[in-house]
Design a protein around this ligand. Sequence first.
Ligand code: ATP
Ligand code: MG
Ligand code: MG
Ligand code: MG
Length: 439
Amino acid sequence: MRLSRYFLPILRETPKEAEIVSHRLMLRAGMIRQEAAGIYAWLPLGLKVLNKVNAIVREEQNRSGAIELLMPTIQSADLWRESGRYDAYGKEMLRIQDRHEREMLFGPTNEEMITEIFRGYVRSYKDLPLNLYHIQWKFRDEVRPRFGVMRSREFLMKDAYSFDLDQAGAVHSYNKMFVAYLRTFARMGLKAIPMRADTGPIGGNLSHEFIILASTGESEVFCHADYLNFDLPPADTNFDDIPGLQSTVDKWTSLYAATSEMHDAAAFDAVSEDKKMSARGIEVGHIFYFGTKYSEPMGAKVMGPDGQEKPVHMGSYGIGPSRLIAAIIEASHDENGIVWPEAVAPFDVAILNLKTGDAATDAASERLYRELGAAGRDVLYDDRDERPGGKFATADLIGVPWQVLIGPKGLAEGKVELKHRATGEREHLALEDVIARLT
Ligand code: ATP
Ligand code: MG
Ligand code: MG
Ligand code: MG
């Protein structure tokens, strides 16, 4: 992408409505724009990051055996009357009437709809286990939308729903998601700690929230410091290995970790003083096992091996990709801007042409742009007629992991400068060496 042709509305001033750093940086970097309270447009740079986050979420869901579909955002109220949640859900639900005065709603979550889909097709235990997920916009009329996409009213959610014949099967399905979540967040450069959590209005009895520690987090959490150094499950994890997954989950739940709703002061006291962490955290994911809470009232049953019909055991598993982006920025920024982990960076490389119009500089920049592009790298070429200082500031603000600075002085000695955003390290290299390094 040539920056001269791109749509990157960078703000010079720090927007005063933004209270936390991720919100400030997302606005300044031209990633999002508020269209109404808690409702955001995703500008091109923001959308690029959102797509990268979604791609990682998808890969890890698919790897664990979950299957993607897509459900609509608008749901019928009648579906929610079947589970009894239509009235119970309260004011967070955006209720809508269509032209025939039928009651509709903008989905805050999809347990009812997926149960309706399941019961329409699945009849036998032989078709289980099944885990279906989608990545779709949700609406919750939050009392206090704030912090940008961290707590918005319209937000993106990956929500998965598992179906099993019995509780033992459902626990294995739960463990698959647990392990997939550990990998998902780690791939985004985050240290997420699974914490025992309250099940809330979704109901059930086995639940973990995945929490990123951050001083700006809205949750109060208590946990053992060793979680920060635990080994992660490998990419070739066998998700069908029941005892293997259980032992990973056992390890990741062996030490104390709980949100304030589930906090047990006596148990926390038993943690050694130097390992006790009492902190703030951001909830980026949440998994539940809730048994037959929806399958029973909604009649989602399968025939078991004994010929008896039974309501299926279900779980649901959410991740907030839009909130995750804010969480990644909270965890990874400096005074100059965002420091994207490479896996989710909007561009892999920025080329900074420090003297547009200078024939040698233009030629070297264009050549690098062409070759990196041909090698499949996502490149932002700052070809604008602007002073170097402005180009440095833009590249740092939007957090491109690798920056190549090309100017007449360096070229006179056959060199360009390669800068690593995260460490600030700079190297003077021949253009060929930069190409070799970045491809
Ligand atoms: P919170 O406690 O922050 O209100 P929640 O417990 O209500 O979140 P869940 O129902 O567990 O949220 O939804 C699954 C995931 O969706 C959350 O873990 C979070 O990542 C994301 N999410 C929920 N509400 C919002 C929101 N208002 N804005 C952005 N993401 C959200
Ligand atoms: Mg909530
Ligand atoms: Mg919560
Ligand atoms: Mg939750």
